[in-house]
Design a binder for this molecule. Structure first.
Ligand SMILES: Cc1ncc(COP(=O)(O)O)c(C=O)c1O
Length: 388
């Protein structure tokens, strides 16, 4: 079971570098690096149908993951989450086909588990033992858990007003937790300073190439769940955007291996009205997003004023014929209750925002009743007790 990982490649300038030593951003231009695979060899070597015989975790796609030695995989059983047909939401919204991909069932209760399982595994393989990141909350909890599992050190930096559950899960798992007066961007500056001072490796979202590899497995799973085809639209609550760019990358890889065709879902970004840098850039036709001043929303995971992968998110949205829109906090809180009461899934507020976005897009006519749509519920509502 080989990994077909071949090298890292800059998403902006195309520079190539080896995947055999720790890397952050592109050494040539400072933009995001992607892991690249020998997809011709993978096309010959991987039988997508046989993958279904393996355990239902994201490591089912090992050949398309960046870890070379399976012994280095640090897993808590992440991935393999259900894609629920949401029939009562369909009835309530007049949709023909609506799915809820329930990432709340991941270890640590959010899709951050996928990215951090991949990043911690690769860090372990590269001999790194002390990791750091800034986080809106869920990524910190996930890093803490995977580092505990691996016997590694986690140093996490989180805004003061992050959800309580995220602070507690980080501390319980033995991470060093620093609470920061300010936003995730302020936490990021402190994490980078600590990395330089203490010799920690920075696994900030998209500043490190492998978290996106974990997140991309959502794209593989959606295709597998639909019998190796893609839905017509995917709505994703966007902060740093690793999930949306990860899924987009997965679609390209699958097409290159002949697993799917050239069709793509409309990739739809939803952000909160109080913090919407990607939506603003999309509306302005810009390629990069200016930082958002005074970011505020109860949905902590999308309280992200700037994203290092802004250009990748905007490219995916535009290339797919998708769109970007905001919802209010009142709307996403109301959607939380409706998803819970109609489908039995208590979503994270970020995940609930996808239903509000769906309803706006139906009302505007951007999505038709028959547009097969996946709502990404990125986390569990259990981690946000204080919002209920
Ligand atoms: C539950 C939840 N949803 C969405 C996001 C945004 O994810 P991304 O930064 O990959 O866009 C986060 C990030 O913290 C989150 O915790």
């Amino acid at each position: 079971m080989p990994s077909y990982l071949s090298h890292l490649e800059c998403t902006a300038c195309g520079a190539r570098c080896g995947a055999d030593e720790p890397r952050n951003l592109c050494p040539a231009c400072g933009k995001v690096l992607y892991a690249r695979y020998d997809l011709d060899a993978a096309k010959r070597g991987v039988d997508r149908v046989a993958l279904a015989q393996r355990a239902a975790t994201m490591w089912r796609y090992f050949e398309l993951m960046p870890v070379l030695d399976p012994e280095h995989v640090v897993t808590l059983g992440e991935g393999g989450t259900p894609m629920l047909r949401a029939r009562r939401l369909e009835a309530a919204t007049g949709a023909r086909t609506l799915y809820l991909k329930d990432e709340g069932l991941n270890p640590t209760g959010s899709f951050k588990a996928r990215g951090l399982s991949a990043a911690v595994s690769k860090a372990k393989e590269l001999g790194l033992r002390r990791l750091t990141l800034p986080s809106a909350g869920n990524a910190a909890g996930a890093l803490a858990a995977y580092c505990a599992r691996a016997g590694m050190e986690a140093h996490v930096f989180m805004p003061n007003d992050a959800p309580d559950a995220n602070k507690k899960e980080s501390e319980l798992a033995g991470a060093s937790l620093t609470l920061v007066e300010g936003l995730i961007s302020d936490a990021g500056a402190l994490a980078r300073e600590a990395a330089a001072r203490l010799g920690l490796f920075d696994v900030s979202t998209l500043r490190e190439p492998y978290r996106a590899e974990g997140k991309k497995t959502m794209g593989y799973e959606i295709a597998a769940d639909l019998g190796w085809r893609l839905p017509e639209a995917i709505i994703y609550p966007t902060g740093g955007g690793t999930g949306i760019v990860g899924m987009w990358k997965a679609f390209e890889e699958m097409e290159a291996m002949g697993w799917i065709g050239a069709e793509r879902p409309k990739m739809i970004v939803v952000q909160a009205e109080g913090c919407a840098p990607i939506v603003r850039a999309f509306e302005q036709g810009a390629c990069f997003a200016e930082p958002w001043a005074d970011a505020h929303t109860v949905a902590a995971g999308i309280r992200v004023p700037s994203a290092v992968g802004d250009y990748l998110i905007l490219d995916a949205v535009r290339a797919s014929g998708g769109t970007a829109l905001t919802v209010t906090d009142a709307e996403l809180l109301d959607a939380t209750r409706r998803i819970a009461s109609l489908e039995g899934v208590w979503p994270a507020p970020e995940g609930a925002a996808t239903l509000s976005a769906y309803e706006h897009l139906r009302a505007s006519g951007f999505l038709a009743p028959e547009t097969e749509t996946v709502l990404m519920n990125t986390g569990s509502g259990f981690k946000y007790m204080e919002l209920v």
